[in-house]
Design a protein around this ligand. Structure first.
Ligand code: PLP
Length: 451
């Protein structure tokens, strides 16, 4: 069947008439139509008017290997012909799901050699909440039920993942903060550091975890969950002292450590997983996005030998999704991981494109009056917008500045995202130096137009 072709106006009108966009104020469409994306190749997307746009966000931080990769398309096609679907419930398994578990066990750090498959990062985090609470029950510590997350943490938008995250606006919608979830400060030195050195601030931010555990009672705390770098919170990379101290505190009180690798995993920080960049070994790790480079929905929870042993003892774990371990998604994830290996993408990001990206971007905006700092690591960057550079004064509640900048970016042929008062970028890992130059040039032009 030929694809339906319509003009931009028609696509936009139909979309606005029948579709509610995630995380979008419908009032936006009173004056503008949605960006209708019809094609993509490499690091570029094409909209319904034929305009080519550099995708500085890799979709939603996920198209790590870039668009249009034949290897992934072929893998999906071949698997659909062989076995389009079978479930992995009860006593069933499929070769792609078995093979993906094996391949993942080779790249995940330490003894994170066991996997549970889901369809999304939100479901992976929901799974962790149920799995960890069950774990402690089996371990004979049924009161260890509370999860500690962080302000501005993002772990998804199901009810439980919303509660785990630290987005106050999301908690407020329909009273979406469940009991049993607590939040501590986020480690943003620029905004919260005051007179402290970066290293001192990292320890202070980690101390907030110990304080919270003692306040709640260690016998009641199940796990601490954090993204190695907070993505949707504005690309907040912690001081080097932070994560090792968090790990030490978790071990001291026997609180499980969960590194949410949904954004940081699969090469984004120049390592297979973000926790490796910070030298920590989590007990559980949700992963999604870069697992299949977004070509098909798939996510997973990796968990340690200790968690595995207890779950084995616990017997039946009544949990799972119809599409857990979907064979076509697993086949695409396998092809994606193979491509990352074949093209040496992680080493290239680590040694070449990430340092180039960071230096080029930082140098280009260093003196810009609107820019307070450039944050991040690897191919993940946040640009803090400020009202007054000298005094580090933010735009108070005025989120319009970043939105304005984002719209200028789009007009200039670049996708960047506005998060609060920051602009963020997370391009495909296949981006070249020349394309990084283009990204930075367009970002600077858009900042100039915003100032
Ligand atoms: N965890 C993190 C760190 C994320 O950034 C996201 C989504 O952006 C999620 C979880 C939720 O993943 P999903 O949107 O696939 O449910």
């Amino acid at each position: 069947m030929a694809a339906v072709e319509r003009g931009t106006d028609e696509w936009q009108k139909l979309d606005v008439a029948h579709h509610l966009h995630p995380f979008t104020d419908p009032k936006y469409f009173d004056t503008k139509g949605p960006l209708v994306v019809t094609h993509a190749d490499g690091v570029y997307i094409t909209d319904s008017s034929g305009r080519k746009i550099l995708d500085g966000m890799a979709g939603l931080w996920c198209v790590n290997v870039g668009y249009g990769r034949q290897e992934l398309i072929d893998a999906a096609h071949a698997q659909m012909q062989k076995l389009a679907y079978y479930n992995v419930f009860f006593q069933s398994a499929t070769p792609p799901q078995i093979e993906l578990s094996r391949v993942l066990s080779e790249i995940t750090p330490g003894d994170l050699n066991h996997f549970f498959f889901t369809n999304s990062g939100s479901e992976a985090n929901d799974t962790i909440i149920r799995m960890v609470r069950h774990f402690w029950e089996v371990e004979g510590q049924p009161d260890k039920q509370i999860f500690i997350g962080r302000n501005l943490g993002y772990h998804g938008s199901t009810l439980a993942a919303t509660s785990l995250g630290g987005m106050a606006a999301m908690h407020g919608m329909g009273k979406s903060l469940l009991p049993g979830f607590e939040h501590i400060m986020h480690p943003h030195w620029y905004a919260e550091g005051g007179d402290l050195s970066e290293a001192e601030f990292g320890l202070k931010a980690a101390q907030a975890l110990e304080d919270k555990i003692l306040e709640l009672g260690p016998e009641n705390v199940a796990a601490f969950v954090g993204e190695p770098i907070q993505g949707a919170g504005g690309v907040i990379d912690p001081p080097a002292t932070y994560w090792p101290e968090i790990q030490r505190i978790c071990r001291k009180y026997d609180v499980l450590l969960v590194a949410d690798e949904v954004i940081c995993g699969f090469g984004r920080l120049g390592h297979w997983f973000g926790c490796e960049a910070y030298g920590i070994q989590p007990d559980l790790m949700p992963m999604a996005k870069g697992l299949s480079s977004g070509y098909l929905p798939i996510a997973a929870v990796a968990y340690s030998g200790r968690v595995h042993k207890t779950l084995q003892e616990g017997g039946l774990f009544s949990h799972g999704y119809t599409y857990s371990g979907h064979p076509v998604s697993c086949a695409v994830a396998l092809a994606n991981i193979q491509l990352i290996k074949d093209e040496n993408l992680i080493q290239t990001v680590h040694d070449d494109t990430a340092p180039y990206f960071r230096k080029t971007l930082t140098d280009a905006v260093a003196d810009h009056p609107l820019v307070g700092e450039v944050r991040g690591a690897g191919l993940l960057a946040g640009i803090q917008l400020v009202k007054d550079k000298a005094t580090k004064t933010l735009f108070e509640e005025d989120l319009a500045v970043a939105v304005k900048c984002r719209d200028h970016c789009l007009n200039n042929g670049l996708i960047m995202r506005a998060v609060g008062q920051s602009m963020v970028a997370s391009p495909p890992l296949t981006i070249t130096r020349a394309q990084i130059d283009e990204l930075v040039e367009k970002a600077v032009k858009s900042l100039d137009q915003t100032a």
